[in-house]
Design a protein around this ligand. Structure first.
Ligand code: BTN
Length: 328
């Protein structure tokens, strides 16, 4: 981390600690070992990126407003995690956070590294689809994990992540349901998509990138017309904007909690929470894969997160593909 950013982070931490009160310039320069002028320059640096900081000659500095940005500066003071988000790479605009995270992981980035972007120019969805990220509105985030597992267990992580996102949305009073394997919907409209990618050999996984796109503060105007009616956001559901940094902190906390549980207990430890939020189980579904399309009744998920679908007299194990939920 460069020393400017480190000092800005420290000043911010002291101002946050000061709450509604003023923190004296003398106290800041003592604590940081900097001159009063250097402190003032860092305060200006924070103002430049959108922090509103009041300055009074006799009293010092007071934090009035934190900008709605997703960088380490805003996130670090909010994080409660042990590993997730300890390294943060944030971009104004990037092709895809999954692509960037993949490249970082290949270069050796540590487990828990998080990549965030305000917008993506080539956001990726599952099965070759694209993902729309209107600038400064939503969440486009990818997390690097290095679990000690075989590739056959990676699909479980998508379901584990879906539970964490559902809980983070619940903390915003949005009740989302999980459509197997990776969509979160509210009233049938998509609010989140998850794209899990991996690097592995025949024996073990080298790393996993979990890409999470959540529609937070977008309105319908932010999406292309063809998505109209099929997407929603927290703002559209709640009529209130979400402080995005708080959402990220809540999501990373839940993601760490559930991935820890999964590492300790296996998918069996997460499956009940997934089932409780599923909109797929018990429904008639059409299973669409590259080669076929057929209809059955979704009965359960198995120990690896595969969907078990009754088709006539047999139960088929669906491990990939799209599932359209029809009526019960
Ligand atoms: C889907 O619903 O098909 C999955 C969408 C996943 C989108 C997220 S946004 C952050 C990350 N970067 C990407 O390019 N894709 C994922």
């Amino acid at each position: 981390m460069d020393s400017n950013r480190a000092n800005e982070e420290l000043i911010l931490a002291f101002l946050l600690e000061g709450g509604d009160g003023f923190v004296s310039g003398a106290a800041l320069s003592d604590k940081l070992g900097l001159s009063r002028t250097a402190v003032w320059k860092h305060v200006e640096g924070l103002r430049d990126v959108g922090y509103a900081i009041e300055a009074q000659a006799s009293k010092g500095y007071r934090l009035l407003r934190v900008p709605d940005r997703l960088t380490a500066l805003e996130l670090a003071p909010l994080l409660t995690t042990r590993e997730l988000g300890q390294q943060i790479h944030s971009f104004e605009s990037i092709d895809s956070t999954n692509q960037a995270a993949f490249a970082l992981a290949l270069e050796g980035a540590s487990a828990g590294t998080v990549v965030l972007a305000e917008t993506q120019t080539a956001g990726r969805g599952r099965r070759g689809r694209s993902w729309v990220s209107p600038p400064q509105k939503n969440l486009a985030m990818s997390c690097i994990l290095r679990p000690d597992i075989g590739a056959e267990h990676v699909a479980e992580l998508t379901l584990v992540t879906a539970v964490a996102v559902a809980e983070a949305l619940e903390s915003c009073q949005v009740a989302a349901k999980i459509k197997w394997p990776n969509d979160l919907l509210v009233g049938g409209k998509k609010i989140c998509g998850i794209l899990t990618e991996l690097s592995a050999d025949t024996e073990r996984v080298h790393f996993v990138v979990i890409g999470i796109g959540v529609n937070l503060n977008s309105t319908l105007d932010d999406f292309p017309d063809e998505l109209g009616g099929r997407v929603t956001s927290v703002l559209l559901e709640r009529k209130e904007t979400v402080p995005r940094a708080l959402f990220v902190a809540a999501l990373l906390a839940q993601l760490e909690l559930w991935t820890d549980k999964w590492a300790d207990e296996g998918f069996a430890g997460v499956a009940p929470a997934w089932r409780a939020r599923s909109m797929t189980l018990g429904k008639t579904v059409t299973v669409m894969s590259e080669r076929s399309e057929w209809t059955g009744i979704a009965q359960d998920i198995d120990a690896t997160g595969a969907l078990l679908v009754r088709r006539g007299d047999t139960v088929e194990r669906v491990v990939s593909g799209d599932v359209e939920v029809l009526a019960r």
